[in-house]
Write a protein that binds this ligand. Sequence first.
Ligand SMILES: *[C@@H]1O[C@H](CO)[C@@H](O)[C@H](O)[C@H]1NC(C)=O
Length: 328
Amino acid sequence: MEKIQMMLFLFCFFIFVMPCYSVSPRNFPIIPFDEGYTPLFGDHNLIIHSDSKAVHLLLDESSGSGFASHDLYLHGYFSASIKLPSDYTAGVVVAFYLSNGDMYEKNHDEIDFEFLGNIRGKDWRIQTNVYGNGSTNIGREERYGLWFDPSEEFHHYSILWTDSKIIFYVDDVPIREVKRTESMRGDFPSKAMTLYSTIWDASTWATNGGKYKVNYKYAPYIAEFSDFVLHGCAVDPIEHVTKCDSAQSSETVPSDVTQLERIKMENFRLKHMTYSYCYDKTRYKVPLPECVIDSRQAERLRKFDPVTFGNGRHRRGKRHHQNKVTSF
Ligand SMILES: *[C@@H]1O[C@H](CO)[C@@H](O)[C@H](O)[C@H]1NC(C)=O
């Protein structure tokens, strides 16, 4: 099977290149910032560029900043091109995420892309996570390095959310697929959410579990955004009625990972993943039921971090990984 996949990949790569790839994020309509979004906080640190095609979010000593979508969405494809701050960025977090935490205090849903800054000379890390119906005590974090420097150029970061799966993309590479399983029950996000993007000071946890803090000598930290795509089933924020029917929304959002994309995803994960809750033995003695363990990945992570992913080398006493505490 693997051989066939590889041959298919090579065939497509050399003969056709483009036609083998499925719909790219660029095929969805790109909207001006004003049309889809509104400032959320730190208004003086949110700079909208004249034509509303790009936005800068700043973090300085006075505040971070952020924006939110006008509408709520029940499923869809959400994307932006993002260029992250460069140089010393320890403690800085840039987030691109869906949430309904402002409406559901106890049982909110959330789908996160989080960019974790780093000390000089070390790369940004990406973290993805999913919560459903208030499952905040069950972390489903994954973290990865990237195959490029995200502070050098704009890259597309996208979230696809349907009734049955969530896929995170970096440019056109799916990096994670969360399938809705029976065992996840309410933990799979199922209520309409707002799209947010923010930059903030996460000195307490973002870099080596809080070891390196934000240094305002390097402020302002500037995250740049463009190519806004909000392609989903909009829900009126007051009336909570959808503005489209579900058949329509699932038709317009392609949700299948092609063979080729799956190969790219596996390659990415085997090369760049640095943390996965499914392999974290200090946190979950038995992996959560939705976890599908890949023996190559298990082996790789075990070599990379024997304490977290190893066998029979548990630390005594307190758990190493609390919710959202990062250690890499
Ligand atoms: C979500 O949580 C609430 C209680 O907080 C519960 O009543 C409800 O059944 C849950 N929904 C799902 C889909 O699990």
